[in-house]
Design a protein around this ligand. Structure first.
Ligand SMILES: C[S@@+](CC[C@H](N)C(=O)[O-])C[C@H]1O[C@@H](n2cnc3c(N)ncnc32)[C@H](O)[C@@H]1O
Length: 306
């Protein structure tokens, strides 16, 4: 007489994924903090809970999961639904390309399109990449509104000879940035500064200034889903038309750029309003994964004198 093994519950990554997607769709959660859909969001949380490397979903779909790990993964999926916090805050990590950053609710979750000018998707940071003029190697850089320090760090990787100033008005953000700069051992090249835009940078000039300032309109701030309201409001809000910070940057940037220098600014959905407000400025709009129109560049010579 043969005894057949009794089938226990099938606990696999695939089954967890289906569960996560069902939970997220039923709760109608919002995305946009590192992922854009239920599948990717669930995969990120599940792989993390199981201690598996991110991006290795396919290889592990049918891997059996222990009861303990299964419970931990389900608890994390439930926490995402219950708290409506972005996965990045629950896991204390965010990714730009292959660069990982520590994050918590003191900073906005990194997702700037400017990073794509430095790191093409899915490759390790290398020098001299993308959109900047070939062979151009700025040696002084400013990351204005640095938040977690993410853009200062990817810029420092891209331009290994450069010294980078990374400025933010928020002490909380600077504390997080300090942790990230230390994790990448860049303390010798990336200097963190508290500054209200260019306020504490008098007399300093750079070859390249990048800025991902707040740019959400007042009316849109009031309609943000909970995931976005979990982020610091000062990282998002920029007056009635979302352009208060950008206007101030445009007014002062020329004085802080060296001859031949370049300004790179992210502005979200505000291209039309910006071009209407500054019809004489020769904006260039490099293509990012969102399309052209989210990030502009201006040379020093095309910026207004302050
Ligand atoms: C959209 S977040 C960008 C953060 C980071 N650069 C990134 O791409 O993830 C804007 C940042 O600007 C900072 N900020 C807001 N007002 C500022 C000001 N007047 N001067 C300097 N930084 C400011 C916020 O604290 C926040 O960290």
């Amino acid at each position: 007489m043969s005894t057949r093994p009794t089938a226990g519950p099938r606990r696999t990554v695939r089954a967890l994924l289906a569960l996560g997607i069902a939970k997220f769709e039923a709760a109608d959660i919002s995305y946009g903090h590192g992922t854009t859909n239920a599948l990717d969001e669930a995969a990120w949380l599940i792989l993390h809970a199981l201690g598996l490397p991110p991006g290795e979903l396919a290889a592990h779909l049918d891997t059996p999961v222990t009861q303990e790990r299964h419970r931990a993964a389900v608890a994390l999926l439930d926490r995402r639904v219950r708290t409506r916090k972005p996965a990045a805050y629950l896991l204390h990590e965010a990714w730009l390309g292959t660069c990982r950053f520590y994050v918590d609710e003191r900073v906005i979750v990194p997702r700037s399109f400017i990073a794509e000018l430095f790191i093409p998707k899915s490759t390790t940071p290398k020098r001299g990449q993308v959109t900047f003029p070939p062979g151009w190697s700025p040696i002084s850089l400013l990351d204005l509104c640095t938040g977690s320090g993410c853009l200062a760090i990817v810029a420092a990787f891209n331009f290994p000879r450069a010294r980078v100033d990374a400025a933010d008005l928020s002490e909380d953000a600077l504390a997080v940035a300090r942790r990230n700069v230390a994790a990448y051992r860049l303390e010798g090249r990336v200097r963190l500064l508290r500054s209200d835009l260019f306020g504490s940078l008098r007399g300093r000039a750079y070859d390249l200034i990048v800025a991902n300032p707040p740019y959400v309109k007042a009316a849109a701030i009031r309609r943000l889903p909970p995931e976005y309201r979990a982020e610091p409001e000062m990282a998002l809000a920029s007056g009635a038309d979302g352009l208060d910070h950008t206007r101030a940057i445009l007014a002062q940037a020329r004085a802080h750029l060296n001859p031949g220098g370049l300004l790179v600014v992210e502005i979200g959905h505000n291209r039309k309003a910006l071009e209407k407000a500054f019809p004489k400025l020769a904006f260039r709009w490099p293509r990012t994964s969102a399309g052209a129109g989210y990030v502009f560049t201006l040379t020093r010579d095309s910026l207004p004198r302050s």
